[in-house]
Design a protein around this ligand. Sequence first.
Ligand code: SF4
Ligand code: SF4
Length: 440
Amino acid sequence: MAGSTFPKGGVHPEEHKELTEHLAIEEMPAPGQVVLPLSMHFGAAAKPVVKKKQQVQEGEVLAIVEKALGASIHSSVTGVVKSIEPRPHPTMVRCDAVVIERDPSAPARQYETEDWRKLSREQLLARVKEAGLVGLGGAGFPTHVKLSPPPTAKVDTLILNGAECEPYLTTDHRIMLEYPGKIVQGAKIILKILGIKQCILGIELNKPDAINVMNKAVQESFGDEDLNVRVQGMEVKYPQGSEKQLIYSLTNRAVPGGGLPFDVGVIVQNISTTLAVFEAAIMSKPLYEKVVTFSGRAINRPANLKVKVGTLLSDVVNYLGGTRDLLKIVSGGPMMGFAISDLEVPIVKATSGVLFLNSKETDVGEYGPCIHCGGCMEACPMGLSPMEVGIYVEAGKGHLTEKYGVFECFECGCCGYVCPARRPLVQFARLAKIQIKKHG
Ligand code: SF4
Ligand code: SF4
């Protein structure tokens, strides 16, 4: 079966998914302490509504964002607020966080379920907001805002992103295999919130079991409804799961430069987020636990773990039997993720995976001058000229690179991946953006 794909560039990195793709989701026991940063979403930091020494329940609101873009933060355990203080953060170095000492005698919170069909779209959207949902694919954009496009946008299609094109990561794959009915229900809930009828679930062809399971779940669930929901296989090519490439692959619609998916009538949701929408709608369950892939050849026991948000990486490493020959830790996938140097960082809402890589999995070589092979231009899915940007940045002229479309660069890493001179082309692009902004 030939899958759909995007027209320009893309690469085929080694997948490494065999380390975890066959491992069922496992629930990690709650740790003794959780650290919940006040910034783990796109937008303003949340303000605490609890104080030191206060008793809190699992699922209780700890911090809120008023009158700004953001999302509430909830306790992932029952216990006592030990402190509110700066703690290591996976992307911000340090950030204020609510530290909670878990009460080991407290039972896990139970939720009652109810029929989401009895709720209006406004009530469903309110539940998504109250649950503190954010995009779980990496950016952490508040979901209730994404599901409220401006009235001028003519949205007609929901895309569920089941590409999971980053090497190593298998979270969405496992969720589709293990909770297919919940994903279909979650899609229906989002369709109701958006007031539309069409949903396309895009899955890369390297997950034939997920394609089969999801097709079956769609057929069983949608038999007698006036909804058009379908599963579409996509070619295995990185970055198939990035928004613009995904939208083109599934609808042939091109998001204009500087535009957003709703400009072409599309809203994209990630698989993990869709599961969280389902739980928020039927149980009013806040987002405080999630499935994360822990992989790489330097962790003793790779796994797909359901963990409490706020669990420290050091607790996860202990639970998974420690590391061996560890050279690098990456939060996210190896193409777009970022290095972590401190095991005391917590799992946050947007953590999709953490990789523990050994020397064979890590490129540590020096980089050299550009040999003008053109490989990076061929690989760029946005049709940019990464080599020019790199040469300008090295010459101290990064502020002159706007003409090369550097703001269209979404830092997918394809250019750096193919570069025979190992040039850090993504870092050059980041620097160029900073220098352009500095120059106004
Ligand atoms: S990182 Fe930027 S420049 Fe490089 S391939 Fe991706 S979009 Fe193109
Ligand atoms: S791939 Fe590397 S060496 Fe080749 S043109 Fe691009 S920057 Fe230069």
